[in-house]
Design a protein around this ligand. Structure first.
Ligand code: ZN
Ligand code: FE
Length: 253
């Protein structure tokens, strides 16, 4: 199975969109298109059309260009059946459903928390995850609609993926996330290392995405709410409560 290329491109202020394209093909898949001119540019650069669009959730910074892309390329839009606020998908998918586009398999993972109807797309043949605003590098999305319980449960679903999963998330928030993480986990050698690397990337104007799940398991405090260290810090024996306290500490950081 030939590995598809995943092209990351900036959108709006700090969003990332993605173009998934098999080598030598003239069709590609856009993930969360919100910035029309950037979407058209990446398609043109790679000499392809957007035959499909994947939507992770209904926030404007992830869907604003869906309508225009669809009318230009007659793209097939794929989104969660229960998300009534996204543009009506041509193909509605549900949790754990798998489907195939352009020879690649995708698996839907429902990850409520940031919004209640948020989904991730996992490519099991290549261990690639599009996590939208659920998991960020060294952080997670704000809890706009969900509860700590469902958000923690969603993060646990991601934790169970293969360790070499490459994560492509919706925003470049890594440095701010690293600063918060270091404030609650200052002695973490891997995190210190990651922080240096992230600063270097920023200085060179390079993205910090994708990130490997194995690195996130070591460095991202939001995936480690069940560890003693954070239970002590937040004075709780319950990982959901630890998550709630950590999330609100980050909101006020
Ligand atoms: Zn969002
Ligand atoms: Fe967003």
């Amino acid at each position: 199975m030939q590995k598809p290329n995943v092209y990351l491109f900036p959108q709006l202020d700090d969003n990332y969109g993605y173009l998934i394209k098999n080598p030598h093909e003239t069709k590609g898949v856009l993930v969360d298109p919100s910035d029309l001119s950037m979407c058209l540019k990446i398609l043109e650069l790679n000499d392809c059309v957007a035959s499909h669009i994947l939507i992770t959730h209904h926030h404007d910074d992830h869907i604003a260009a869906v309508g225009e892309i669809k009318s230009k390329f007659n793209s097939l839009v794929i989104g969660y059946r229960n998300d009534s606020k996204i543009p009506k998908p041509d193909k509605e998918v549900l949790d754990y459903e798998t489907f195939e586009i352009l020879g690649n398999e995708y698996k839907v993972i429902h990850t409520p928390g940031h919004t209640l109807q948020h989904i991730n797309f996992f490519m099991p043949q290549h261990n690639i995850l599009f996590s939208g605003d659920t998991l960020f590098s060294i952080g997670c999305g704000r809890m706009f609609e969900g509860t700590p319980e469902v958000f923690w449960d969603s993060l646990c679903k991601i934790k169970q993926l293969p360790k070499d999963t490459k994560i492509y998330c919706g925003h470049e928030y890594t440095l701010a996330n690293v600063n918060f993480a270091l404030s609650i986990d200052p002695n973490n050698k891997e995190l210190q290392q990651y922080s240096k690397w992230a600063s270097h990337q920023e200085n060179e104007l390079r993205p910090t995405i994708p990130t490997m799940l194995s690195d996130q398991l070591l460095c991202n405090p939001f995936l480690r709410c069940d560890e003693d260290q954070f239970m002590k810090l937040y004075e709780s024996q319950n990982e959901i409560e630890v998550f709630a306290k950590m999330r609100s500490a980050k909101d006020n950081f």
